[in-house]
Design a protein around this ligand. Structure first.
Ligand code: SAM
Length: 290
């Protein structure tokens, strides 16, 4: 590594040298604290035969640490001003490939397959552009690509929802659906003052790892979970009734599932939702109106 990019003075110098300014519309907040960058990279690279797919390299602050720890780094970037900058800042890195493409349009399965065939573990790492955190993560969660770990920084409030436990104020349908697909591990909290420019919010890094899918019809299970959280202040009976043919049926299913009708959905953990779904599928004969 020639020179660490993630410091305030080096970042400022690179921005000035390339007459570059951070574009708000691309969610650009560059990391300027090398300790944070190093920790993200160390968590992201889970083995010594890893390829990292990075979303949004920016001027290369995280990328250069990923290059130090991984066999290969493939970074997807949308900002057409950045190839020239990265050619300069990452000139020394021999295991770096830049792909100029909107990550939301990338054919992830094909990219992953290409590296799997070479025997690599495949991981994703990013300091995410905050304006598209959820679409990016859901693109990854919903793809059929075999990805070993996803280590990403996001706005702290959003991370709280992904990681939320039953009974907490942040627990909602997004938490249940995410935790159905993945185990979620908090890596660290990151204060707003380690970015340039400084955002208005703090951040957090989470790591997601896929867990074996249970044999359920995901669309129907997710529709049921969303219906249960549709009106947060209402009881589960009220919300669940909208999902069933009628209130009597909802009462019967809840009773059979051992769930009190007057509780709120945020009190149910994932196994309880899966059990409710099982009874619901059996009882309703697949007649959900969602
Ligand atoms: N990784 C750098 C760092 O940590 O300093 C920059 C992170 S910055 C928060 C987000 C990066 O994502 C920017 O480089 C931005 O141009 C890029 N980006 C924004 N939207 C994107 C998209 N749809 N696809 C790929 N990259 C995108």
């Amino acid at each position: 590594m020639k020179k660490v990019i993630a410091t305030p003075s080096v970042t400022k110098e690179i921005l000035e040298r390339h007459s570059l300014f951070a574009k708000k519309s691309y969610g650009q907040n560059f990391l300027v604290e090398s300790g944070v960058v190093d920790k993200i990279a160390r968590h992201a690279v889970i083995s010594d035969h890893c390829v990292v797919f990075e979303i949004g390299p920016g001027i290369g602050a995280l990328t250069q640490f990923l290059c130090a720890y991984a066999k290969e780094v493939v970074s997807f970037e949308i900002d057409e001003r950045l190839p020239a900058v990265l050619a300069d800042t990452l000139a020394e890195e021999t295991n770096f490939t830049l792909v100029m493409e909107d990550f939301l349009q990338v054919d992830l399965e094909t990219w992953v397959q290409r590296y799997r065939e070479k025997g690599y573990d495949v991981v994703i790492a990013a300091n995410l552009p905050y304006y598209i955190t959820t679409p990016i993560l859901f693109k990854i969660f919903e793809s059929d690509a075999k990805i070993d770990a996803i280590t990403v920084m996001m706005q702290k409030e959003v991370a709280d929802r992904f990681y939320a436990k039953p009974g907490s104020k942040d627990y909602n349908a997004l938490s249940v659906i995410t935790q159905f697909r993945c185990s979620v591990h908090p890596v660290m909290k990151v204060p707003r003052n380690v970015f340039m420019p400084k955002p208005n919010v703090d951040s957090a890094v989470l790591q997601f790892r896929f867990i074996e899918h249970l044999p359920v019809d995901e669309d129907r299970f997710f529709a049921m979970v969303k219906a249960c959280f549709a009106m947060r202040r209402k009881t589960i009976l009220n919300n669940f009734s909208a999902c069933c043919k009628n209130k009597e049926m909802a009462e019967r299913i809840l009773e059979q599932a051992g769930i009190a009708p007057n509780i709120r959905s945020e009190q149910l953990d994932l196994p309880a939702f899966l059990h409710l779904y099982e009874v619901y599928e059996h009882e309703s004969g697949s007649k959900c109106e969602n």
